[in-house]
Design a protein around this ligand. Structure first.
Ligand SMILES: NC(=O)C1=CN([C@@H]2O[C@H](COP(=O)(O)OP(=O)(O)OC[C@H]3O[C@@H](n4cnc5c(N)ncnc54)[C@H](OP(=O)(O)O)[C@@H]3O)[C@@H](O)[C@H]2O)C=CC1
Ligand SMILES: N[C@@H](CC(=O)OP(=O)(O)O)C(=O)O
Length: 374
């Protein structure tokens, strides 16, 4: 039976409906709790973080069935409470015993925590969807975008143990747009330039961007805790560690993860990742070289037919996707679809993509993966 409840996250009164963003400041409307006796017992690891909070929103929006929820974070947050679908939950400190009786865990507390605790959870029979980079390139661990390669996790189910990795957010957003084109004309080479939002660096980075913006407008000294540079009214090379070949780790994730997800080692990929002062949606400019001919019309038709992709491509109005179009949305937005005139043939395209980093880039993709485990 469907039961009406109000819903609140982070203590603020929120009104929400399945499939709709939560809205603050109104009295509650009807929502349909999916707490069901025969659903999985679900743990959220890193529940207090930017992605952890989004997990709760997405579970709610998608009516994800669960029999119970366990909220886990560091010892710093133990005792904090969240109200979710009409019930109070107390955050517990993550320990090795946290997964007894838990069927499914959504991890988003950083790679170190995943490395240590995901195998412990799996050994206890809990199936893990890991949002960190810890196991993405581990052989035998599927790296899944449900619209692209759901077959990679065939046979896995909640309550049976095992780890599924959620790809890097820039990779997910790029491949949501490029995969339909790849299927239409086979990508040979891909050149990606990203414009990445603060959310990719966590809740504290989002707060720093907001604080610095106020400080800059007020003519005050700029506080820099998260990044070594002023972030407001600035941009800089992605903050992930530099590797020996001059690419940073974020750029190399795009290369390696794309090859694993497509199961194709011979695709050539290069990328430059930049952090821009945008709150929560990443943008990416992508140049593509194909094995076969593909026209702009064919590309647009392939994109329009792909689930989870929306097109904003109005040349006359100079209206194309923006990070704000994509913010808080499930879909990835694609536009600026044009033939690459630097080539003599019809085997090159440019596209521009925007996707919400916390939603499809992280929590939504992970919950869609979890749905495949039901
Ligand atoms: N798919 C992707 O591309 C993305 C992946 N991620 C992954 O998710 C992780 C979290 O991202 P985000 O939510 O943005 O980060 P936040 O900094 O906003 O949140 C971090 C979370 O991890 C928890 N945590 C930190 N230390 C511990 C600990 N020792 N034990 C248990 N929990 C701990 C924090 O709990 P507390 O509040 O108690 O400190 C908090 O809940 C990232 O580090 C990254 O690995 C994130 C974004 C995108
Ligand atoms: N890609 C995120 C960072 C991140 O969390 O990546 P990963 O999950 O690959 O560690 C960003 O925008 O910076």
């Amino acid at each position: 039976m469907r039961v009406a409840h109000s819903c609140a996250l982070r203590g603020a009164p929120l009104a929400c409906r399945p499939g709709q963003p939560l809205r603050a400041g109104r009295r509650s409307v009807q929502v349909f709790a999916k707490k069901v006796a025969d659903g999985p017992k679900v743990a959220i690891v890193g529940v207090t973080g930017a992605v952890g909070q989004e997990f709760l929103r997405v579970l709610h929006e998608r009516d994800f069935p669960y029999s119970d929820l366990v909220m886990l974070a560091s010892a710093r947050s133990a005792g904090r409470t969240y109200s979710f679908e009409g019930q109070e939950y107390t955050v517990q400190a993550l320990t090795e015993d946290s997964f007894a009786g838990v069927d499914l865990a959504l991890f988003s507390a950083g790679g170190g925590i995943s490395k240590k605790f995901a195998p412990i959870a799996s050994a206890a029979g809990c199936t893990v969807v890991d949002n960190s980079s810890a196991f993405r390139m581990t052989e035998g661990v599927p790296l899944v975008i449900p619209e692209v390669n759901p077959q990679a996790m065939e046979g896995m189910k909640y309550g049976k143990g095992g780890i599924v990795a959620n790809p890097n957010c820039s990779t997910i957003i790029a491949l949501m747009a490029v995969t339909p084109l790849h299927r239409a004309a086979k990508v040979k080479r891909m050149v990606v330039s990203t414009y990445q939002a603060a959310s990719g660096a966590g809740q504290a980075a989002m707060e720093e961007l907001e604080q610095q913006t106020r400080e800059a407008l007020d003519g005050k000294p700029i506080t820099t805790n998260i990044f070594p540079f002023q972030y407001a009214f600035n941009l800089f090379s992605h903050n992930s560690p530099m590797t020996d070949n001059g690419y940073n780790e974020e750029e190399m994730k795009l290369v390696k993860e794309t090859r694993k997800i497509w199961g194709q080692d011979d695709v050539s990929i290069t990328g430059t990742c930049i952090r821009v002062p945008v709150m929560r949606a990443h943008a990416e400019s992508i140049n593509l070289e194909f094995e076969n001919d593909i026209s702009e019309e064919e590309a647009l038709a392939a994109l329009a037919a792909f689930p989870g992709v929306s097109i904003i491509n109005d040349r006359a109005a100079n209206r194309f996707p923006t990070p704000l179009d994509a913010s808080n949305k499930d879909d990835v937005y694609v536009g600026r679809v044009r033939r690459d005139i630097s080539r003599p043939d019809s085997k090159g395209l440019d596209i521009f993509v925007c996707g919400d980093q916390i939603k499809k880039g992280a929590a939504l993709n992970a919950v869609q993966v979890a749905e495949l485990l039901l």
